[in-house]
Design a protein around this ligand. Structure first.
Ligand SMILES: Cc1cc2nc3c(=O)[nH]c(=O)nc-3n(C[C@H](O)[C@H](O)[C@H](O)COP(=O)(O)OP(=O)(O)OC[C@H]3O[C@@H](n4cnc5c(N)ncnc54)[C@H](O)[C@@H]3O)c2cc1C
Length: 771
């Protein structure tokens, strides 16, 4: 007892008396901190500092305030946006024939291009004062999603001008003159933009672009002016083949100090008309057979005036920061919209196909093996919609949450890849044969594109989510890094000393908090609601504590090494991501009036998120290099083992039942999915067959009963049975007509396209076309 008392008093003196603490604790810790955490490069620092910390901060710091989550406004379309959805978007959808666009024309028809320009589809983010539509992020996302369920090519074409590129950059950083000149022309479609960052030598490492601009004197419009001589070679640029204005990223140098006293100014962005002398729009790429425009651009010794820098000469060298600050739009709106569209289309069509397609005398959707995959499609689709709405909602709150949007980009595109594979597995041969009836093939082909763009997925998971999250969302680490980088060492030590005490308190709180919550299984955590979802809030709070604790210890033990240990840090990123996914689902459920019929989807999503959290922690503990610390952390977070399980079979079956019957639950789950009118359209046909079969069930029951009673033979084609049933007065004339129609629709819906001999060969690309 006496020893404990002495220990407490000693610690109190050491920590309580500033001078003693500073000399005995802060100085050595500060020195160690500087040693283990190498200074950030400029590009890393700019990426770290860009954007906002939002709900990710709560989740990372171990104490999520659930009331705060519920108080974020629900993202919804306003009247103008809804009218645009109901009119322009619906008209566009009817104009699109994706099979022709992708397989035959390899471009959008001219009237579609005209319609998109005329109706302001390229101007959704441009303010009304410049002739744009000034739509919210949720409207932008909903419009792109809905179009993507009909045509990925059209969706990507619409999405790009409304994402990171000239429009977005001009609005944030453009000079008044630049805005007045470019925005009206972009809004009315006179100008079509593209943005070129990527080149053969720099993809993921975009900060390492070799394209250069050198400040020099040259001639522009007959006068000698100070400008930039540019050299670039870019590839993969969406819309480049049809662009009239090129947003270009390059590294700017001023060797003769013509605009200041710095030689290496850094990444800079300029806007250049593609008609400008020397600008070359090169060949077109052919990304996964998709028909949206994508290609190359290059230029050699192209001279432009300084005024073409976005933001003017003052923004020379500030391009990297501009890009990372604007990345959220692409990551948080466009890619999530495409991923959600995949879910809505796959869920609606696969639910229907599982009912329409029969094998072994049963709809295949009744087999449990198929149900496992179908439930994943349904569960993921619910989670995707929840994440789409919550993430766009954050952007509509004028936030630019860089970690959250990286989570959305990575996980939503990965979920869409998984569920599209499930949809293919269930459709089997019906999804493989390409033709006008195949509503899944182009979506499947497009998935690797979503995975690759806006930060390829491996990089996004391994480098961005935790790498950025750990620094941005932690309450003290970024400030500690800044203290370490302070050129005034004494001042830096003072800042660090202030932070250290708080950091130690935070770590102690998390250690005891995690253990307490582990021992009590989170039973005493508060939940903002009662009922079936309350338990999830308690578990998520508990896991959030576990994350805060584990993240702190891994940064303490591994320091800068953690950046290289991507497999390890990515697992903590997975925990953060699953906490975000789960929060989005809970909020979505509340915001939509706690619909009882949504509960299977909510249970599925939450149980899966918790299971993934457990799996990520397990991998993290198993691979943490300091085995003692790993053991302690495991005991603190999971004293009785990791008990989270994958969603149970009963939940999966309930989801499948909801997806396999026409009605409000299915309609809400897949509300973005385009269903063509009439049976000539691929989705319209499947939907009609499904509804017809469902509605024919009462009549079919009469036939089954007659078969059981021996009045009608079994095992013969349905058409024949219907005829005999009519003759035997088992069914009426009207009922027989209903069944015959249903059967014709069913057969047409399970049929695939085929082509006459020589037809495909005559359409094949010649090698001359491909060069
Ligand atoms: C269809 C399409 C459209 C595009 N449109 C545009 C556009 O309009 N404008 C534009 O500028 N660019 C565009 N891009 C480029 C796109 O952003 C890049 O393809 C992307 O940044 C990846 O670069 P890369 O393909 O060269 O892959 P690489 O950089 O070569 O990466 C290869 C793999 O390594 C991984 N990797 C790399 N570094 C790390 C790391 N540190 N840790 C873990 N993994 C890592 C990546 O995740 C990836 O899996 C487009 C690309 C495509 C395919």
């Amino acid at each position: 007892m006496l020893i404990l008392l002495i220990l407490i008093v000693t610690l109190a003196i050491i920590f309580g008396v500033a001078d003693i603490r500073r000399n005995l604790i802060t100085k050595p810790v500060f020195a160690m901190f500087k040693r283990i955490l190498p200074p950030l490069s400029d590009t890393e620092r700019e990426a770290m500092e860009a954007g906002d910390v939002w709900w990710d901060g709560d989740l990372f710091q171990g104490k999520p305030d659930w009331q705060k989550l519920h108080s974020f406004p629900k993202a919804e379309l306003n009247t103008d946006e809804q009218a645009f959805m109901d009119n322009q978007v619906e008209t566009l959808l009817k104009m699109l024939d994706d099979y022709k666009i992708v397989q035959e024309q390899r471009d959008l028809p001219a009237e579609v291009w005209d319609f998109l320009k005329r109706e302001g589809f390229f101007a959704m983010i441009i303010p009304k004062s410049y002739g744009g539509r000034e739509f919210s992020a949720i409207a932008n996302s909903t419009i792109v999603s809905r179009i993507a369920t009909r045509s990925l090519t059209a969706a990507v074409t619409v999405m790009v001008p409304n994402s990171l590129g000239p429009g977005e950059l001009l609005m944030h950083y453009g000079t008044q003159q630049q805005k007045d000149f470019w925005l009206p022309a972009l809004a009315n479609g006179t100008d079509v933009p593209c943005f070129a960052l990527t080149g053969p030598e720099a993809g993921s490492d975009a900060g390492g672009i070799p394209d250069t601009g050198v400040v020099c004197k040259g001639e522009f419009e007959g006068k000698e002016v100070v400008g930039i001589r540019l050299n670039w070679d870019k590839r993969y640029i969406t819309l480049a083949p049809v662009a009239t204005v090129l947003g270009l990223a390059f590294k700017l140098y001023d060797p003769d100090n013509l605009i200041g006293n710095k030689e290496d100014l850094g990444i800079t962005c300029a806007l250049i008309p593609t008609s400008h002398k020397g600008v070359e729009i090169g060949d077109r790429h052919f990304p996964m057979n998709m028909a949206f425009m994508n290609g190359t651009t290059y230029g050699k010794d192209v001279f432009i005036p300084l005024e073409w820098i976005i933001g003017g000469p003052d923004y020379a060298g500030r391009g990297w920061r501009m890009l990372v600050e604007c990345l959220s739009a692409g990551r948080g709106i466009s890619l999530p919209a495409l991923a959600t569209a995949t879910g809505h289309l796959a869920a609606r069509m696969t639910g229907a196909y599982g009912y329409v397609r029969q094998q072994f005398g049963l709809s295949i959707g009744k087999f449990e093996g198929v149900q496992e995959s179908l439930a994943r499609i349904g569960g993921f689709t619910y989670s995707l919609e929840a994440m789409r709405v919550m993430t766009a909602g954050a952007i509509d709150m004028n936030l630019s949450p860089s970690v959250v949007t990286a989570i959305a980009k990575y996980h939503m595109t990965e979920m869409s890849r998984t569920l599209m594979n499930d949809a293919f597995d269930i459709h089997a041969g019906r999804a493989i044969q390409i033709g006008p009836k195949n509503y899944l093939a182009h979506g499947y082909m497009g998935i690797p594109i979503s995975i690759t763009v806006e930060g390829a997925n491996i990089l996004t998971r391994n480098l961005m989510i935790f790498g950025q999250g750990a620094t941005r969302c932690h309450p003290y680490v970024l400030a500690e890094l800044e203290a370490a980088a302070n050129p005034d060492a004494e001042q830096g030590l003072k800042q660090f000393d202030n932070l250290l005490l708080k950091h130690v308190g935070f770590a102690i709180g998390n250690t005891f908090g995690a253990l307490w919550q582990g021992l009590t299984a989170g039973a005493f955590n508060t939940a903002p609601v009662s009922g079936e979802t309350a338990k999830y809030y308690r578990q998520l709070s508990r896991m959030s504590r576990g994350l805060a604790l584990s993240a702190d210890f891994s940064m303490l033990i591994l320091g800068g090494e953690l950046k290289r240990r991507e497999m390890l840090s990515a697992r903590l990123g997975d925990v953060l991501s699953q906490l975000y996914i789960a929060s989005a689902v809970l909020k979505f459920y509340e915001d939509n009036g706690r619909q009882q019929c949504d509960l299977p989807f909510v249970h599925y999503s939450l149980q899966r998120a918790l299971f993934e959290i457990g799996r990520a922690f397990d991998g993290f503990f198993a691979n943490f290099p300091n085995r003692f610390v790993a053991g302690v952390l495991r005991i603190l977070v999971f004293p009785f083992g990791i008990g989270y399980k994958m969603p149970d079979d009963e939940t999966a079956i309930q989801i499948c039942e909801a997806m396999s019957k026409p009605g409000v639950v299915r309609d809400r789950l897949t509300h973005l999915c385009y269903i063509g009118e009439g049976e000539d359209d691929a989705t319209g046909l499947m939907e009609s067959a499904f509804v017809a079969m469902y509605e024919a069930q009462p009549v079919m029951k009469k036939i089954y009963q007659a078969q059981r009673d021996g009045k009608l033979p079994r095992k013969q084609p349905l058409e024949q049975t219907i005829e005999q049933a009519l003759l035997a007065e088992v069914i009426s004339d009207t009922e027989s007509k209903q069944l015959l129609k249903m059967n014709a629709l069913r057969f047409s819906a399970i049929s695939v396209d085929s082509f006459k001999a020589g037809e495909l060969e005559s359409r094949a690309l010649t090698s001359a076309d491909a060069v």
